[in-house]
Design a protein around this ligand. Sequence first.
Ligand code: ATP
Ligand code: MG
Length: 593
Amino acid sequence: MRFSQLFVNTLKEAPKDALLKSHQYLVRGGFIQQVGSGIYNFLPLGKKLLDKVRFIIKEEMDITNAQEILMGFVTPADLWRESGRYEKYGRELLRLVDRKENEFVLGPTHEEVVTFIAKNGVKSYKQLPVHLYQIHTKFRDEVRPRFGLMRGREFIMKDGYSFHSSFEDLDREFDVMEQTYKKILERIGVDFKIVEADSGAIGGSGSKEFMVLAPCGEDTIVVCKNCEYGANIEISSRALRLSPRPSELKYDENPPKAEFGRFYTPNVKSIESLSEFFKVDRFYLLKAVVKKALRADGSFELVYGFVRGDDEIEETKLLNTINRVDSSFISLEDAESSEIAQAGKNGVLEVGFIGPYGLGYITQSSHIYFDESLREAKGLICGANEKDYHFVGVDLDTFENLNFADLAQTQEGDLCPKCNGELYYTKGIEVGHIFKLGTKYSHAMNAQFLDKDGKAQDLIMGCYGFGVSRILPAILEQKSDELGCVWGKEVKVFDLAIIISNVKDIAQSEFATKIYEECKARGIDVLLDDRDERFGVKMKDFELLGFSFALIVGKGLNEGRLELIKREGLKKFELQCDENILENLLGILGRNS
Ligand code: ATP
Ligand code: MG
């Protein structure tokens, strides 16, 4: 390709709303162009990158015997009604009506459609397992589309779905996909971490996310300093906490010794003021958190979670906990103090004084949970469910039938649940998510197969998503520098740009063109920058667009020298213009890419 023929318009200025460097470079480099909120055109260089990602994914997926399909982007609403998600999915689902009043949705994901395919195509266990995937457009009406391709409304995803006759076989495929995604990301050329992720109410180890490590990542991940453990903060667990965090310790680290008693604590509502009032470390205070759990139909219930005073509730964990009992809740919201007061008989519940004594009776709620770290906790101070009063000397092991669950958010410095090593936070961009679905969709949509004994069984499913368009900004967030794009190992725009310093110099032009033709013949993806532009402009474009290497054909040609620059790190190599130049050039490219 000659640059003079390339359809690309580079810009000096980034759009005002482009906060991330990846967004700025993708737009400034003319890779993409915004046409609406969260909707982008892929221009030739952007499309070329997408195709590289697609190629790697297809190669790796096909090795595993997964088969590529293409499902309709516009999906009949009835399929979504069958699965129960038409109501539950919320406002990210874009709903449409055609001229005959038929309802449709723009597919944000394709479990329903693929289950429809399997329902009609799989009859017997002999046809299993089968794994179908596609690389296609998705639409999610995100509340806040932002950061360019990172969170678009229309975006490209690879989504795969596997069907099995046993849970063991699903586990096997899940492991194969973990390895496959690993290979894909290694070929793309980014640093990543595989972390345990939210599986909704199902729980267990049924979900993993693939995080490209970058400071701008929207996800916080909890990682162990000592072992492989990594988890999304939403669900990350920790070893049982037995004492206050040394770094935060304010008072005695041992449990306060006090007989059980009721104390007048006027206006002492916050954990901080309570800790000061009694001169007791926050670890020994019982923090009550009240949330509104909302259903799809708009109704709600108040739910109560208790954690230690120096911990915070992790909402995802609380939501999963209540959904394990009654799976109708879709989200949590903060409860107003008036709503909390109403929930208690005679309005006795007041924020700041809520505690476990008689709470079930007062609220009639079946959703009262205690964090795991409170099991057998002694010497606690808690609200007395009476304004301006607290109890001291509370031993939770004297209560009967408390519901314990992992509710607290893991903090930096907490200990690893696997090895007791120290945990710390880092940031990641979620580019992939693999998930054991089980029979959730097949059951709802009546997709069954006949087992060995001729008995009808629900198909057992897994699903495997990869953000094909999101991986482009993810690469840039990790690898690009202050000058522009740096692309990945196999995802890149050109292996080599040959820059003619001055196109009016016939010797330079002829030499560059000769090398260009030779490189092309050797299968190098090469660009000849033959534009009648200043040298500085061409170098700036090389840096902004991130071609892997630039060969500068300039004044040095007279002395038989050429300069080769590697974009990543801007390392320079000198080449002699002798009969070996092509071999030497290809050698450096091969060894350094
Ligand atoms: P997020 O938490 O970032 O919204 P998600 O959990 O909704 O992601 P999945 O439903 O698991 O994502 O979709 C699979 C993959 O699709 C994600 O891992 C991500 O790479 C990509 N993806 C999801 N939403 C978007 C979006 N709005 N724009 C671009 N890519 C997306
Ligand atoms: Mg999402």
